[in-house]
Design a protein around this ligand. Structure first.
Ligand code: AMP
Length: 286
């Protein structure tokens, strides 16, 4: 496996392969790789001839009060996972190479970024949209894989690629979970044992909402109320948002008449967790 740090060297490698007709797959990450990342990498390995994984903790998508400094950076462990999964290039640019003096362009996707994570983390999505655009420019992939775990991000990336004609095929893969249902996340290591035991409450809340939909209740208020009840039972957890949304626009719906996404974010102590579930409205007998 090659480790490439320079953006120019990354592009030169990709351009050489593109000219030879090789399909390049790409999995962008912030490192601290877990089974969720590994599943994306495996899938990309199957779908593409050559595979690049980037490891870059992007400073511009963190707010001033967030965990940039303490975000885990186990680079040897990450490289070992990439090697095990047959990654061809681990791309590890430095922040200085990504944002040299004089850097000034930002990419925004305002409607997709407006609510939910965008509201809780005001500059987060412009940081994500800008770094993804830059990484695509450097890696020049044919296809890039993202996790449903970050649902709003996956919608944003698809919109960005369409709007800016980036010509990258975007594949979104299902969320990988721990045995109890907690969505895997690099941030789960911040949870104390007690918080870890309670963290599954978010998934349980989403599941409870999905059950209401499956038995035929189309009132989004009723769905939300059931989701809320599951979280409020845990006095140490605060809800950031629980919502029933159109999966394309991320706008809340009043009635569940087709596919919806249940979105949630909670706080346990200083840790903030997000999760989501896609749910189909049951077919109505005609
Ligand atoms: P991150 O390193 O957190 O920026 O995530 C890199 C990619 O892995 C993103 O596309 C995430 O959505 C995806 N990802 C993170 N956690 C999971 C998970 N539990 N299941 C599937 N994909 C995930």
């Amino acid at each position: 496996m090659k480790i490439i740090r320079s953006p120019a060297a990354m592009t030169a490698w990709s351009e050489g392969l593109r000219r030879a007709g090789v399909t390049i797959g790409f999995v962008p990450t912030m490192g601290a790789l877990h089974e969720g990342h590994r599943t994306l990498i495996r899938e990309a390995r199957l779908q593409c001839d050559a595979l690049v994984v980037s490891i870059f903790v992007n400073p511009t998508q963190f707010g001033p009060q967030e965990d940039l400094a303490k975000y885990p950076r186990p680079i040897s462990h990450d490289r070992a996972i990439c090697r095990q999964e047959g990654v061809d290039v681990c791309f590890e640019p430095t922040a200085e190479a990504m944002y040299p003096a004089g850097f000034q362009t930002t990419v925004t996707v305002p409607a997709v970024a407006r609510r939910w994570e965008g509201e809780a983390r005001p500059h987060h999505f412009s940081g994500v949209a800008t770094v993804v655009t830059k990484l695509f420019g450097m890696v020049r992939p044919h296809r890039a894989l993202f996790g449903q775990k970050d649902f709003q991000q996956s919608v944003l990336v698809q919109q960005l690629v369409k709007d800016l004609n980036l010509g990258v095929d975007i594949v979104v893969r299902p969320t990988v979970r721990e045995q109890d249902g907690l969505a895997m996340s690099s941030r789960n290591i911040y949870l104390s044992p007690d918080e870890r035991a309670r963290a599954v409450t978010l998934y349980k809340s989403l599941q409870a909402g999905a059950e209401v939909i499956k038995v035929g209740d189309t009132d989004a208020k009723a769905v939300r109320s059931v989701m809320d009840q599951v979280v409020t039972r845990e006095s140490t957890i605060t809800t950031d948002y629980l919502a029933v949304c159109d999966p394309r626009t991320l706008e809340p719906v009043s009635f569940v008449t087709s596919r919806v996404v249940l979105l949630g974010a909670i706080r346990l102590g200083s840790v903030r967790l997000i999760d989501n579930l896609l749910v189909n409205a049951p077919r109505r007998a005609s």
